[in-house]
Design a protein. Sequence first.
Length: 256
Amino acid sequence: MINWKILNNEVYLYDGTFNGLLSIAFYCYVNRSIPYKIATEANYMSNLLESIKFMPTNEVNSERIFNGMYRVAGREAVYDCYNAFLSGNINKEMPILKYILNSFEIGSNICNMLSIDYVLEVVKLRKNVLMEAHRFDGLVRLQEIGNNIWYASVHPDNNIIEKVGQFLKRRFPMQNIILHDKNRNLAFMYSVLKPNSYEIIEVPANIQFFAFSEDEVRFQSLWKTFFKSVAIKERTNSKLQMHFMPKKYWQDLIEV
């Protein structure tokens, strides 16, 4: 593998997008050096011992890195890096950067080289993201707010709104969907008038979507009544319940 020059105390800041990280990868590849740390501009806390350099997103350079990695290392390597990038882990950038840069020398075999620390970390991040997305596929509770518009709020650890939104879009193609990630103030928007597309937009932190329809209010009441009726009070096991349904998800459940 290439012996990359490590720039001690050098911190690269970027805009937090995948293309932004790919732009950093291009810069590092050209200069044969990697920074001490990478952080988003919004979340970085200044340190007198660190030298800061903002790396702007360059769409041309990011596309060159993406296409080159796809050609040399294959789809699975790109898939690993992109899904790892969706992680909420604040230290995700450096292992992803090392994975990208070294994939140009190692090739497609990099996906299986779990003895390398940064490869193992990327795989762990990817698995965590996909596992949470799969969990939310069955957890999201759509609620009607009128005119065939269905709304659901979620509080995921990772940025999985697009993956879950695409699942809902395929599952309910005849329903207008708003999936609201309250942790990141993002909303996945799907309209039946445009069945082949969707949007992900930023929304205000205090935004309130419309009140539920009358039918929705009635169905929620029936569901809560059913949920309470089938429960056996004497056999309540809160610890086991939290094991199968972690408490952090309860705020988005109708019956809790």
